[in-house]
Design a protein around this ligand. Structure first.
Ligand code: NAP
Ligand code: MG
Length: 330
């Protein structure tokens, strides 16, 4: 089954005209989304902590800025764009007490709703508009007159207009120029976590590092291992992303194609696939979310120690040296 893809004519920015949009958070997503929506002619107020880094940054970027509670007051749309692990707290303390009946609560990821850290009241719309891009790239593409693809979803339709609002938010970001797909909170939240764990962030880095370590352990120069297992990855990914697997297979040498296709199942085995199923189960049952939220509320000790180990690993040390070679000397 192919998903329906929404474009500009399917969305009406008019449903947001004259409405107050409060964007809570001015980080990766908050900054990009608030600035694009404002440039699209909408009435945007950024809600952030007074004295925080974002407060100054939002002002410097020409945004109306207010404390979170005040930004939420009278807002018709409240976009929750602070980090997922803080949303429960920020919602209870600053958003819920000020949330207008009939307002729309918007998220860029289904995490807080699906795993229950945010429990919205019944008299508001709950929608999602999730751009499939990091914030800075979203902004860059918008300024080029286009947009990045996005997902929309409706969790609760109080006003009867929830989907129109989500589509309008996507249009304000330019996303309907590229294409918008409808999903539901659960599908988005669990597939997003799975993608980043199994493939994008976890899988790819583990594969790179295991390949690098295998070569180094067997006496190869780390610089050579770095080129073969990390540097060239981008070239391959660009081919796969722009033209699918076949563009890549037909671009590399016959030797690489034969070797890749004939050997890869020795690496990603039935056991690996079983491990992926287990990973997905732990996401779906909330086991992963529980573990992560416990670390987050305990000061992120585990996250910090894993990050420290990664930062000091051999591939990181060698990588810094090698990347410096490629920087244009001024
Ligand atoms: P982020 O950059 O980490 O958010 C930082 C912002 O949140 C800053 O303005 C910061 O303000 C504020 N903030 C942090 N902790 C806070 C707290 N306890 N109370 C009040 N404000 C706080 O977040 P993000 O990566 O944009 O993620 C926002 C949402 O977008 C998440 O749901 C995420 O899953 C989703 N999303 C992200 C991406 C992405 O590429 N990053 C892509 C798609 C969807 P101060 O300056 O005052 O600290
Ligand atoms: Mg994602």
């Amino acid at each position: 089954m192919m998903a329906k893809i929404y474009h500009d004519p399917d969305a009406d920015l008019g449903v947001l005209k004259g409405k107050k949009i409060a964007v809570i958070g001015f980080g990766s997503q908050g900054k990009a989304q608030s600035m694009c929506l404002q440039d699209s002619g909408l009435n945007v107020t950024v809600g952030v902590r007074k004295g925080g880094k974002s407060w100054k940054d939002a002002k410097k970027n020409g945004m109306k800025v207010d404390e979170i509670a005040k930004a939420v007051k009278d807002a018709d749309v409240v976009m929750v764009l602070v980090p997922d692990e803080t949303q429960g707290d920020v919602f209870e303390k600053e958003i819920r007490p000020n949330l207008k009946k009939g307002a729309a609560l918007d998220f860029a990821h289904g995490f807080s709703i699906v795993f229950g850290t945010v429990k919205p009241p019944k008299d508001v719309d709950v929608v999602m508009m999730a751009p499939k891009s990091p914030g800075p790239m979203e902004r860059e593409v918008y300024l080029q007159g286009f947009g990045v693809p996005a997902l929309i979803a409706v969790e609760h339709d109080y006003s009867g207009k929830a989907k129109k609002i989500a589509l309008a938010l996507a249009k304000g970001l330019g996303a309907t120029k590229a294409g918008v797909i409808e999903t539901d909170f659960r599908e988005e939240a669990t597939s997003d976590l799975f993608g980043e764990q199994a493939v994008l962030c976890g899988g790819v880095t583990a594969l790179i590092e295991a390949g690098f370590e295998t070569l180094v352990k067997n006496g190869y120069q780390p610089e050579i291992a770095y080129f073969e297992c990390l540097h060239e990855l981008k070239l391959i990914v660009d081919l796969v992303q722009s033209g699918g697997m076949m563009r890549m297979w037909t671009s590399v040498s016959n030797t690489a194609e034969y070797g890749g296709l004939s050997q890869r199942d020795k690496l990603i085995t039935q056991d690996t696939k079983k491990a992926m199923e287990k990973m997905l189960k732990d996401i779906q049952t909330g086991k992963f979310a529980k573990e992560w939220l416990a670390d987050a509320s305990g000061g992120m000790k585990k996250l910090q120690s894993m990050e420290d180990a990664e930062a000091t690993s051999k591939i990181e040390v060698v990588g810094k040296e090698i990347r410096a070679l490629f920087e244009k000397k001024k």
